[in-house]
Each structure stands twice: as structure tokens, then as C-alpha cells.
Design a protein around this ligand. Sequence first.
Ligand code: NAD
Length: 292
Amino acid sequence: MANVGVIGLGNMGRGMALSLKRAGVNVVGFDAVEATRAALAAEGVETLADIAALCARADVLVLSLPTAAIVEEVVAGPGGILASGKAGLLVVDTSTSHPDTTRKLATQLEAAGMAMIDAPVSGGPKGAITGTMTMVIGGADADVARAMPVLEAMSATRVHVGPVGAGHVTKIINNLLCAAHLLTCGEALRLAQEAGVEPARMLEGINAGSGRSGVSQVNAGTWILNGAFNSGFTMKLMRKDVKLGTDLLASLGLELPMFAGTAGIWADSATTIPDGEDFNRIVETVFPGKKS
Ligand code: NAD
């Protein structure tokens, strides 16, 4: 098995590093925040102080970073992977990022004898730490095959959807759908409540019928109806993902009314729901919760 470095040790990267270690992989980690590195080191994963040190130790680098701009900085910025990595290094970007950025960076890495695939994930921090995430993968067949033992240690389901960038296109579509499902599920909860049907019972019926979604089956029961709102995925990151969707539609000159409406509501929510709140809170724009 390859030596693996994980860059970005937040809600997702921490769990990925721990899953890799549990699978017997030789794993080292790096995060820009010293306290985050120290926290993972206390959990038994060796951490290093910069990307150059990571590049010296790893054959495969797994990225779990907040935005496309930060991925670009880590790959192509000063002291980044392009500057420090050796020929043969394989970069696996699990961040939810922009496909154009991904394709550009993959081309730059290839010119330096390195390679990149995109393998964005679903499953949240729980999926990361249990190694049961779903990955949608973009990349050349040979690179995906080389990454496979590392991907398998972090995920239960993997779908190779196309060449470099295709994983990020698919992930953006997934999150546009999730963003829309949260709004429609919130409206369904509100409608049931106003019509005198207990929202949880309504969902039980819907979840056995054709109106169900991942949100109605998982989010509603796990984080919404019980008021927990602790999924580990923030409004800030989901707003970023919806914006990636808006950008993708615009770059293709596509006007799709449901996605456009969804994007508008998520963008407007910035004035009422702070960045650090759980992303499931978007339902509160239409479903304020149980009436006392
Ligand atoms: P997070 O904010 O918890 O973690 C990101 C980490 O990256 C932080 O620890 C931060 O310090 C670090 N970082 C930032 N800039 C850096 C740099 N220049 N160099 C090194 N480290 C740097 O975010 P997260 O929730 O772990 O999400 C990571 C990615 O995974 C995002 O793209 C997100 O959209 C995606 N994602 C998240 C979830 C989820 O449920 N949290 C689910 C699926 C996908």
C-alpha cells in the first residue's frame, strides 16, 4: 500500500486520516492550523509542519480542503505540491471543488510528471471516520486503479463517472439536489403540520413512497425533527457548493428553473442563517419546527 499524506484535517480529513490508519496505511497529515494538527497527532496520526515535508514522505496525497481557491493554493501556490512533489506523486482531491480548477491543476501536475484524480465524497464526518463514504471519481483509468487501495480504505461505494473533473461535476449535481431536497422536505413538513398531520408520521409514509429522498430518509430524522442540527456540514460549505452549481450552469449557458430557484433561496439565506450553523437549518426558512 502507498504511503499517504492527508492535507486538510477538518471535519472530513480527520476522519479520512483515521480510517486510513485503521486500515494499516502509513499515513501522515498536514493542516494549516497548528491546533488541528496537534489534535490529530493526539489521536495517533503523525502530522508534519508543511506540504514539502508531506511530499517527501507520500506517494499519494489526499486533499480535503474547503474551496477550489484553497485547493489551487495548496497544489500550485508557493510551497505547494507542484513545487515540492516528486514525479509519480498522485493527488486525490476529495474536496467539493470546481471542475475547471481540477482540470487545470491536473494538466499542470501531469506536465511535472505527477497525476491528479477527483474523488469528492458523501457521507459526512461519520462516513469519513467509519470509512464508509461514497466517492464519485473522475480520472484516467490507470490513475484511478493506482488510487483504488487508498480509496477503498475510506469508502464503501465508489463510482468512476468519467475523466478528470467528472467527479466534481457529479458532486456539484448531487449537492444541488440535496440543497433542493432540503427545501422541498421543509415545505412538506410545514404542509403536513398546517394540515394537521404529525410531520414525523407524514415522513414515515413518504419514506415508503415515491416522494422520498436522501433528505427525507436521513436528514429529517437524524438532524431536523429532533432539533439536533449537528451534522458536521456547515451553511458556509453548502452555500459554496450551491454557488459552484450556479457557476457550472452559467458556464454552460443553462437556465434550469428548479436549480435557479434553489440557488436563490440558499444565497438569500446568508442574511438570516450564519455561516457556522448546520446546513440542515435551511428548512427553518419554511418549517420553524414543532408548534408547542
Ligand atoms: P473543514 O472546514 O472542517 O476542514 C477543512 C480543513 O482544511 C480545516 O481544518 C482547515 O484548517 C484546513 N485548511 C484550510 N486551508 C488550508 C491550507 N491552505 N492548507 C492546509 N489545510 C488547510 O471542512 P470539511 O467539512 O472537512 O470539508 C472539507 C471538504 O469536504 C469541503 O470541500 C467540503 O465541501 C467537503 N465535504 C464536506 C462534508 C461534510 O459533511 N463536512 C461532506 C462532503 C464533502
